[in-house]
Design a protein around this ligand. Structure first.
Ligand code: GUN
Length: 295
């Protein structure tokens, strides 16, 4: 099996850096235009180490983009009422244009109720049912960051017109699989969603011009699941132990994908896009709240 050629590797890190540079310029111009600064509030409940790393990174990149960052670190025993009350305050705070509650929440909290409490216009994760409904009915929505980033990388490779292409999405989560399928449908792709109960997954994948993999299973997609010339987007981030060392791998057996036209590596593919898309969503939310447009 041929190895992946350098030119076939989709460099998400570089793309995200360009996007963040554009966002920074847009923030400057919006500050001049409106006299206001876009602001993002991030809420972390408890001390999950991985979540703390993500929240720290979001905070730093928000500041680096010239926005205001409001970080709330609450104890693990925070009650549902206390968390709802904080969201209620952020919902009406004019300095806060985007709200993100880091998941997973401690088990005693009702995640669905917490997300539905967020003002949909400030829901920069795009998880509120109102935003999911808007996306699926073609109305202006805030769309989950990871699928937005995947679509940007796809268009960068394939051009802006994806119509008629067959896209297969592996995974049906509310955070990635379902919104990804909706975004691709909106681009006039023919979309198949496969998941753990699908009977003929390899065969369905072999029909894909675009293969987006968000299964959370290391190396699930083997080389012979990939059609020659397909574009493969690997959303998986899995930590595995190999040769006594720990490393991060995706859901695709990358070394078997040499016949793909293009593929995202893990790390360095989809991952870096997520925070850039979060800040892009925050700008979108700011512009809608202040009825301004980006030049
Ligand atoms: N935890 C892991 N990824 C995400 C995400 O995209 N948004 C939120 N809110 N929590 C997460």
């Amino acid at each position: 099996m041929d190895r992946v050629a350098v030119g076939a590797i989709i460099d998400g890190k570089q793309f995200a850096a360009g996007l963040l540079a554009d966002i920074k310029l847009e923030v400057e111009s919006l500050k001049e235009k409106t006299g206001k600064t876009p602001g993002l509030a991030v809420v972390l409940v408890g001390a999950d180490p991985a979540s703390a790393v993500y929240v720290g990174s979001k905070h730093r990149q928000t500041i680096a983009a010239g926005m205001q960052s409001f970080k709330y670190e609450l104890p693990a025993d925070t009650s549902q009422d206390e968390l709802m009350a904080l969201i209620d305050r952020l919902n009406v705070d004019p300095e806060v244009h985007g709200i993100l509650v880091q998941l997973p929440l401690p088990a005693h909290l009702d995640t669905h109720a917490v997300i539905q409490e967020i003002n949909p216009d400030k829901d920069v994760d795009g998880f509120h049912v109102s935003n999911a409904g808007r996306l699926s009915t073609g109305q202006p929505a805030l769309v989950p960051c990871t699928p937005v980033g995947c679509l940007m990388l796809l268009k960068d490779r394939l051009g802006s017109d994806l119509s008629g292409l067959h896209a297969v999405v592996i995974g049906k989560s509310n955070i990635v699989g379902k919104p990804m399928a909706q975004l691709l449908l909106a681009e006039n792709c023919t979309v198949t969603v496969v998941h753990s109960r699908t009977k003929n997954t390899p065969e369905l994948c072999r029909a894909a011009d675009i293969l987006v993999v968000a299964a959370g299973r290391p190396g699930l997609v083997r080389g012979d699941w990939i059609k020659p010339g397909a574009v493969v987007i690997d959303v998986g981030i899995n930590r595995i132990e190999a040769d006594g060392k720990s490393r991060i791998v995706g859901d695709v057996a990358f070394d078997e994908a040499g016949h793909a036209a293009a593929i995202t590596p893990v790390p360095g593919g989809v991952g870096p896009m997520t925070i850039a898309c979060l800040l892009s969503n925050t700008l979108t939310a700011f512009c809608r709240q202040h009825s301004v447009t980006i030049d």
